[in-house]
Design a protein around this ligand. Structure first.
Ligand code: LLP
Length: 421
């Protein structure tokens, strides 16, 4: 459920007409709903109920300071994957002891930054990383709390580019090697082993792969405890999918996910962490664009928008579907016909949808891409020297630009010309 609904014949974001924002901010822009972000975060928090837990929002999904501040205010922890994300989380007021550091390639500088600024735990993904972390921590005179990310070799049944839990993926250590790796960790002076981490992929639409992975984690917990390790925390990653089409998709709800976690892992008495990104932010954001031209091609019609693949890359990169709706509500039973919906960038990959059934639209009209809140703005670029797409946050009747559109001069002046040129 989200808070982007038609009211009096036009699309609203909570209590603000989307067209009113467009008139003030210009297009394209991302628009987020505070109420939707809040609702989705709380769904997870409540789903884990009485189990000791922390929901660490995977901020790679949408990392604007205003979004982080909103979630931090609800008690969210953060899952970060770079020094930049760590700095963003701190700047938004998240305390170090609520920040989890994930990722296969943490540098020593990033480790130092997090150890000095405070960290809940590192999710370590390899033995070389573990040794580097031990060295950095020892040099600072501290001990780094860690979980080891295990790769459970389960098929997440999602798009190949976002599946991470099969043995051929670069993530984690093979679960079959876990005992040896934990023994190694326990012997390192700068490391304190506190738990196990697993993340098998993103946009999962079934519970079974999670269940298979968590069952393996439960077994491993018992084995490692028998080996003498104190396993007190289980980080279960993110990945729960969202419906991208209104009609036929029904991924499991956070409540079902929480109940499954309790079933599989509740008896172990561990603190549970989860790292949802998409489900918190995905349906809490839309991308609003304007139709520049309606162009007739051979046997097809194109809707050329002012938004492009540099603003929302998911269709080009993952063949992702986003519902695209007119901001002015179509008449009930209005005629629909197929359009190829494209942006102005000079490559054919700049296609958002092919033969998409749409009501008649004309130049100047606004459309909204639904479910664009996660992995939308954060993956945008200035390709074709198109200004980085701005972001807006709505809260009830209020809205604010939370990242302005850069001017051409701002973009150009980031470059410097060498004095010898
Ligand atoms: N934890 C870890 C270690 C992750 O790698 C990810 C996502 C998450 C949590 C959050 O997963 P989520 O709950 O959002 O599914 N750009 C792609 C998605 C990449 C996901 C990468 N890792 C897309 O647009 O679909």
């Amino acid at each position: 459920m989200d808070h982007f609904l038609y009211r009096d014949g036009e699309l609203y974001a909570e209590d603000v007409a989307v067209a009113e924002i467009a008139a003030e901010v210009g297009t394209p822009f991302y628009c987020y709903s505070t109420a939707t972000l809040t609702r989705h975060f709380r769904l997870f928090d409540e789903a884990l109920g009485d189990m000791p837990h922390l929901v660490c929002y995977a901020m790679k999904a949408a990392s604007n300071q205003a979004i982080l501040r909103t979630l931090a205010g609800l008690g969210a922890g953060m899952d970060v994957v770079s020094g930049g994300e760590y700095a963003r989380a701190k700047a938004a007021g998240v305390p170090g002891d609520k920040i989890v550091f994930s990722g296969v390639g943490k540098t020593r500088e990033e480790m130092r930054l997090a150890l000095e600024g405070g960290i809940r735990q590192f999710n370590v993904e390899s033995e070389p990383e573990m040794e580097a972390l031990s060295e950095v921590a020892t040099s600072l005179g501290v001990t780094a709390p860690i979980t080891v990310r295990v790769n459970p070799d389960v098929d997440a049944k999602t798009h190949a580019k976002i599946a991470t839990g099969k043995s051929e993926n670069k993530f984690g250590i093979p679960i079959s090697r876990a005992r040896a790796v934990y023994a190694h960790a326990a012997a390192l002076p700068g490391i304190e082993v506190i738990g196990i981490d697993v993340h098998i992929g993103s946009q999962l639409t079934e519970l079974q792969p999670f269940r298979d992975a968590y069952r393996k984690v439960a077994e491993l917990t018992e084995t490692l405890r028998a080996d003498g390790h104190e396993i007190t925390r289980l980080d279960l990653g993110g990945g729960l999918g969202i419906p991208y089409t209104r009609s036929n998709e029904a991924p499991p709800l956070p409540t079902d996910y929480g109940a499954m976690i309790r079933e599989e892992l509740g008896h172990l008495g561990c603190e549970i962490e989860i790292e949802p990104g998409r489900l918190v932010a995905g349906n809490a954001g839309i991308l609003v664009c304007r139709v520049i031209y309606v162009k007739s091609g051979e046997g097809r019609e194109f809707l050329i928008l002012d938004g492009a693949m540099n603003d929302l890359i998911r269709p080009a990169m993952y063949d992702a579907h986003h519902d695209i709706v007119p901001v002015l509500e179509p008449e009930p039973g209005a005629d629909q016909r197929p359009f190829d919906i494209v942006g102005p960038v000079c490559e054919s990959g700049d296609t958002f949808a092919k033969a998409r059934m749409m009501p008649p639209l004309s130049e100047g009209e606004l459309v909204a891409f639904r479910s664009a809140g996660a992995y939308g703005a954060v993956m945008s670029s200035e390709y074709n020297t198109r200004p980085l797409v701005p972001e807006v946050l709505v809260h009830g009747h209020q809205f604010a630009v939370i990242r302005p559109r850069p001017t051409f001069d701002e973009m150009i002046n980031r470059d410097t010309i060498p004095e010898w040129l």
